[in-house]
Design a protein around this ligand. Structure first.
Ligand code: IMP
Length: 183
C-alpha cells in the first residue's frame, strides 16, 4: 500500500510542459467556440490545477463551476459504479459545457457524468482532460481535448492524488507499481 514513503518515479511532465500544452489546447478551444460562451465545469478535486491553466489562457467568454463524482469501492481505482456527490446549482440549459477532468482511465466516470448532465439540457458537452490512459479504457468514451497520452502508470501530482496525497506537486510523476495496491 502506498503511503507517505512510497517512491515517486521520474517527472513525466513539468509545469512548463503542462503550461505549453494548456496554451495549445486553449487556442483550439477558442477557435471551436468563437463568439460563444462556455461553462467550464471542473471535476473536484483532481482537476484544480489543470482548470486554473485552462481558464487562464482561454479568451472566449467563460464562467466556471465545479462538480464532484466518485466511484464506490477503492479510493484509487474506479469500480465502475459512479455517483455524483456534489452538483452545482448553475443553469446549464442551452449552455456550452466543457468538463475539465484530470485523467480519463476506464472512462466510467465521464460516461456517467455526461449522461447525467445531458438531462440538464445543455447546448453541447465536451471534455478536456489533462491526461488520457487509453490502455485501461473499459468504455467507448473519448475526450475531445487531451493534454497528454500516458502509459498505464499510477500518476500523481498536479492535482492527482494517491489516498489524498501528492496533489500539491507542481509536476506530474508516478508511483512505483509495487507501492500501488490494485484493488
Ligand atoms: P475512470 O472513471 O476510471 O476514468 O477514472 C477517473 C478517476 O479515477 C480520475 O478522475 C481519477 O480521480 C482517478 N484515477 C484514475 N487513474 C488515476 C491515476 O493514475 N492517478 C490518480 N488518479 C487516477
Amino acid at each position: 500500500m502506498a503511503g507517505k514513503n512510497a517512491k515517486l518515479g521520474k517527472v513525466l511532465y513539468t509545469q512548463e510542459d503542462i503550461t505549453r500544452r494548456a496554451k495549445e489546447i486553449c487556442k483550439q478551444i477558442d477557435k471551436d467556440y468563437e463568439g460563444e460562451e462556455v461553462l467550464l465545469l471542473g471535476t473536484l478535486k483532481g482537476s484544480i490545477m489543470w482548470m486554473v491553466d485552462i481558464m487562464k489562457y482561454l479568451t472566449v467568454d467563460t464562467s466556471i463551476d465545479f462538480i464532484t463524482a466518485s466511484s464506490y469501492g477503492s479510493s484509487s481505482f474506479s469500480s465502475g459504479v459512479v455517483k455524483i456527490t456534489y452538483e452545482p446549482n448553475v443553469n446549464m440549459y442551452n449552455k456550452n459545457v466543457i468538463i475539465i477532468e484530470d485523467i480519463v482511465d476506464t472512462g466510467n466516470t465521464l460516461k456517467y457524468l455526461i449522461e447525467k448532465l445531458e438531462g440538464r439540457g445543455p447546448k453541447s458537452i465536451k471534455v478536456c482532460s489533462m491526461l488520457n490512459k487509453e490502455a485501461r479504457r473499459k468504455t467507448d468514451f473519448k475526450a475531445d481535448y487531451v493534454g497528454f497520452e500516458i502509459d498505464d502508470l499510477f500518476v500523481v501530482g498536479y492535482g492527482l492524488d494517491f489516498d489524498q496525497k501528492y496533489r500539491d506537486l507542481p509536476y506530474i510523476s508516478y508511483l512505483d507499481a509495487e507501492d500501488v495496491e490494485k484493488l
